[in-house]
Design a protein around this ligand. Sequence first.
Ligand SMILES: CC1=C(CCC(=O)O)c2cc3nc(cc4[nH]c(cc5[nH]c(cc1n2)c(C)c5CCC(=O)O)c(CCC(=O)O)c4C)C(CCC(=O)O)=C3C
Ligand SMILES: [Fe+2]
Length: 313
Amino acid sequence: MKSKIGVLVMSYGTPQSLDQVEAYYTHIRRGHPPTAEQLQELVGRYEAIVGGVFPLRANTDKQVAALQETLNRMAAGKDTEFVCYQGLKHAHPFIEDGVAQMAKDGIREAVGIVLAPHYSVMSIGGYVKRAEAKAQELGVSMRFVESYHLHPKLIEAFAARVSAKLDQFEEAGALRDQVRVLFSAHSLPEKILQMGDPYRDQLLETSQAVADKVGVTNWQFTWQSAGRTADPWLGPDILDTLKDLSEEQVEDVLVAPVGFVSDHLEVLYDLDIEAKTIAKELDMRLERIESLNTEPLYMEALGDVIIKSWEMR
Ligand SMILES: CC1=C(CCC(=O)O)c2cc3nc(cc4[nH]c(cc5[nH]c(cc1n2)c(C)c5CCC(=O)O)c(CCC(=O)O)c4C)C(CCC(=O)O)=C3C
Ligand SMILES: [Fe+2]
């Protein structure tokens, strides 16, 4: 008999229908309901996404299923079986529900991981804190993978996507070196830097590693999707960066949102609709790399760090 080890696969979560957007937004805002105007603005963004109103729902399901298959394969010769459970930050099944389900199934030991490669106390730190609290309450012993932003398979997967899009620019007549590659990630409040948070440095390390692997020197990093609060958020924001690039006479831009692993609102709206609209106004060509979604190299990177985390216990 193989021993069963739980894997709590955590992700941001998304509503399942338009009437759930308010509850979702209220949860993100720690219980403070949005104004009617804020709510309408968010609903409008979801409605504008083509190819499914809440694509993150199905994408997370597919990623968890693919990771389960990958783990079965990678651990085939081991005396351990890894069983995946989903736990979402702002939607059902919540992080606490995932831990409770593991406990109900008799799982006593588990590894937690987030479908986001870079650590910040405000992002991954929040997931881990909630999972750990529930696990302690229910007597499940958990360890966590906190980041995997330089895993060679993750870098390889991003690099292949950057390279494929650069090929397309070339086919369309651009010179490869003239394409400005913009690595991007979700902004966070600037105050994380005073807290010594590794988020920005990890993102720059991923960007550098991907650029090196592809052989790209014409790149920079920019933030996206900043919150609309009074706090200053990390900048420059991608929309300002595009305006600066236009003044520099840059015509071809490839966005590589390395802080995200899935197609969802921040990619399909903030980049594909909002940033593309600005680029068009500026007469620039803007493309985006394909998201990882269930990319096998990404699943193997996750499988690898999960198994290592378990075996290093
Ligand atoms: C670091 C980070 C990631 C990446 C790491 C990770 O994946 O965890 C991420 C991902 C995502 N963020 C998402 C959606 C939203 N985030 C919001 C608001 C916020 N995000 C924040 C941070 C992050 N967010 C923060 C500090 C806020 C302010 C409120 C707060 O202090 O918590 C809001 C409110 C409205 C707005 O501000 O736009 C929405 C709708 C979706 C799902 C999209 C979909 O449904 O397809 C995804 C994957
Ligand atoms: Fe967010």
